[in-house]
Design a protein around this ligand. Structure first.
Ligand SMILES: NC(=O)c1ccc[n+]([C@@H]2O[C@H](COP(=O)([O-])OP(=O)(O)OC[C@H]3O[C@@H](n4cnc5c(N)ncnc54)[C@H](O)[C@@H]3O)[C@@H](O)[C@H]2O)c1
Ligand SMILES: [Zn+2]
Length: 340
């Protein structure tokens, strides 16, 4: 499969670990998550490798600067490629380093978490966090190649499978009812053949959206944000120490489906169906009771989709169809946040 973004092509390739490096240029520089390096590094031991500590804290100016300087010292130039080998953290960080090094050098994304395979490695967004907030500095820098190696998922902890699974269900809910129904029949189990099929499907769905709205100008790309307005507010209110991203998005999808029902946009019964499905997958579905709805709403006003403090949500017009809606009243939002 080939995706076209920013007038450049991203080739999507599926392969085994033994075949991983076959398309790399001689001057490929790997930036790898320490965990991934320990578990799978033998597969790229011939290549220069910079490791980064696992975790969101690595998405910083300091790490970007360290990587860029090390790449230069190791001799990277415009013919080189940076290979981002890890989950979304390394994908965003190494992708950003590739985007700024000599005003941009080739990038190969090798996502190693389910979340990175179905979401962050495709679409061209790279970036880091600032003390003022997440993902506040970054660049659109699509990879020349995204290589998916399903067998690396063998070592992925269960919590990370769950984290990525919320995004998988999201694609079904917003774009593909048949896919959603398939997942209802067989939820994500950790089976690698199933994972490969799912990843292919999700990449196709995401590619379709991002190619039609590369820079988030038409509102179409915002459908990928379903569940995230509420989800992000929960993560923020819990200081990023509570629910994991996928868990917060799961809770957010149920709340936003309810909101859609309240507003007569989403067919009645959809929220309950989604709730049952996500619960069956093992994901949380209720807003943590200790959180103050008004505080969550304040956080939602700072969401990128919100204009002039008016609340905006991507809501389901049906199971498998989603659209961005603006000027949603905070009373309606409060109602669904406090619903039993
Ligand atoms: N650019 C985008 O479009 C986009 C989209 C969604 C999310 N993101 C970003 O992605 C990040 C989250 O990504 P993530 O969920 O992949 O988290 P992550 O990169 O932190 O990885 C999660 C954990 O899994 C470990 N790990 C990775 N691969 C493994 C493997 N194969 N086996 C065992 N352990 C493995 C890592 O060491 C880490 O501890 C966030 O920073 C988020 O902002 C970006
Ligand atoms: Zn997400």
């Amino acid at each position: 499969m080939v995706i076209k973004l920013l007038n450049r092509e991203t080739r999507i390739r599926f392969c085994g670990l033994n075949d991983l490096t076959s398309t790399w240029p001689t001057q490929a520089y790997v930036v790898a998550d320490e965990n991934v390096q320990d578990l799978h590094g033998a597969a790229w031991s011939d290549y220069n490798t910079i490791t980064v500590p696992p975790g969101e804290e690595s998405k910083s100016w300091e790490e970007t600067g360290r990587i860029v300087r090390e790449l230069i010292r190791e001799g990277a130039d415009r013919r080189s490629a940076v290979v981002a080998l890890g989950g979304g953290v390394v994908g965003d960080l190494a992708g950003f380093a590739a985007a700024v090094l000599m005003r941009g050098i080739n990038l190969i994304q090798v996502p190693t978490t389910l979340l990175a395979m179905v979401d962050s490695s495709v679409g061209g967004k790279t970036g880091i966090d600032l003390p003022e907030g997440k993902n506040l500095a970054g660049s659109f820098w699509p990879a020349a190649e995204v290589t998916v190696v399903p067998e690396v998922l063998k070592t992925l902890p269960k919590s990370q499978w769950l984290n990525g699974s919320a995004e998988v269900w999201k694609y079904g809910a917003i774009m593909d009812r048949a896919f959603f129904e398939e997942l209802e029949g067989s939820p994500i189990s950790g089976d690698l053949d199933q994972a490969e099929r799912i990843v292919r499907k999700c990449i196709e769905l995401k590619a379709d959206v991002v190619q039609k709205d590369e820079f988030e100008t038409t509102g179409l790309r915002a459908i990928l944000n379903f569940g995230h307005t509420v989800g992000h507010s929960i993560e923020w209110a819990q200081n990023y120490q509570g629910l994991a991203h996928g868990e917060a998005v799961s809770v957010g999808m149920v709340a936003e489906a309810r909101l859609g029902e309240e507003l007569k946009i989403t067919p009645a019964g959809t929220a309950e169906r989604l709730r049952r499905a996500l619960k069956m997958q093992g994901l949380p579905v209720d807003v943590p009771t200790e959180l103050d709805p008004q505080e969550l709403i304040q956080a939602m006003r700072r969401d990128k989709k919100a204009v002039d403090g008016g609340l905006a949500f991507s809501l389901l017009e049906d199971l498998g169809a989603c659209k961005l809606f603006r000027d949603v009243s905070s009373d309606e939002v409060c109602k669904v946040l406090t619903a039993p």
